[in-house]
Design a protein around this ligand. Structure first.
Ligand code: C5P
Length: 239
């Protein structure tokens, strides 16, 4: 038996996280945060001394070592009653640590390595074996779930995404510098979009939404209507 899969791809800060959580809750599906997987590998590779802060070029030996490290990771996503999800890697909760900009940059570097992507492929694919799935990432609709029931590509201008990130950080009292956040977003976008393996791009059959000037409720309604057209039933369909 196969379960429905909805893929939501696009760059960081376009609003995928919020929308995917809302879709998963409305449909009772599982949620795959594939970006968290690459962030975990990036953090682990850095801690193992396999990524320096500055150099972008990795040797074949380093790529092999990072792929081996990826294969050995024991990753658990543990939803808490508060709605928070603990992400436990080899016994340690890394949920907060993997969210910072620096780890995002490590993630984007290891994500360009074909052996790392191959090592994470089955783990992602298998998540659709037991229940419906909302898959959030860059290559969910193009590579991991090419036969997904509905595919969305959610984007926004780099400026709008930097602006949102600054506001988010200010709410947590973390100092935020717009110019450096924008530069880091642009650098990561360029790497993700131009890499040879699984570059970030919309699938040919994806609904593309630019959320730069859109309210989150409008974006959600548009995605919901698109999923309904594709035959996916929401519990509140009759209302
Ligand atoms: O979405 P998030 O910002 O957490 O992703 C971190 C990085 O992981 C991205 O910049 C991208 O390089 C990588 N990624 C990827 N493929 C995915 C999900 C994330 O290459 N499916």
């Amino acid at each position: 038996m196969s379960f429905p899969v909805i893929t939501v791809d696009g760059p960081s800060g376009a609003g995928k996280g919020t929308l995917c959580l809302r879709l998963a809750q409305a449909l009772g599906y599982r949620l795959l945060d594939s970006g968290a997987l690459y962030r975990i590998v990036g953090l682990q590779a850095y801690e193992a001394g396999l990524l320096s802060n500055t150099s972008t070029v990795l040797s074949a030996a380093d790529e092999d070592a990072i792929a081996r490290l990826t294969q050995c990771l024991r990753i658990e996503f543990l939803p808490q009653s508060s709605g928070r999800v603990d992400i436990v890697v080899n016994g340690h909760n890394v949920a907060a640590e993997i969210r910072n900009e620096q780890v995002g940059s490590y993630a984007s570097r290891v994500a360009a390595l074909p052996k790392v992507r191959a090592a994470l492929f089955d783990l992602q694919k298998n998540m659709a074996d037991e229940a419906g799935l909302i898959a959030d990432g860059r290559d969910m609709g193009t590579v991991v779930f090419p036969n997904a029931d509905a595919k969305v590509f959610l984007t926004a201008s780099a400026q709008a995404r930097a602006d949102r990130r600054v506001k988010q950080l200010q709410q947590t009292d973390v100092a935020a510098d717009y110019a450096s956040i924008l530069a880091s977003i642009q650098e990561r976008d360029a790497r993700d979009e131009t890499r040879e393996t699984a570059p970030s791009k919309p699938a040919a059959d994806a609904l593309v939404i630019d959320s730069s000037d859109m309210d989150v409720d409008i974006v959600y309604d548009e995605i919901k209507a698109f999923c309904q057209q594709k035959g996916i039933c929401f519990a509140d369909d009759s209302q």
